[in-house]
Design a protein around this ligand. Structure first.
Ligand code: SF4
Ligand code: SF4
Length: 70
């Protein structure tokens, strides 16, 4: 079964600033120390506030709102 994550990260553009990881109020992200990038871990907690997407300086985050898939 494949899981459709609400948050997609474009790792080619991520510069590892940690903003998304720091600001997400729901702790959706954990941090991959080895690769120095965020990981979408607690995706069930995302409530689509869009804060991470809006604050990412690289525009590397795409939040897929549930209604967009209808
Ligand atoms: S805010 Fe953007 S650039 Fe910064 S760590 Fe998150 S995805 Fe990467
Ligand atoms: S949309 Fe909001 S709740 Fe979801 S990962 Fe981004 S900051 Fe966290």
């Amino acid at each position: 079964m494949s899981v459709r994550l609400p948050v997609k990260i474009d790792y080619d553009n991520c510069m590892g600033c940690r903003k998304c990881y720091t600001l997400c109020p729901m702790d959706v992200y954990t941090w991959d120390e080895e690769k120095n990038v965020p990981k979408v871990t607690n995706y069930m907690e995302c409530w689509f506030c869009g804060a991470c997407m809006m604050d990412c300086p690289q525009r590397a985050i795409d939040v897929q709102y549930p209604l967009a898939s209808w």
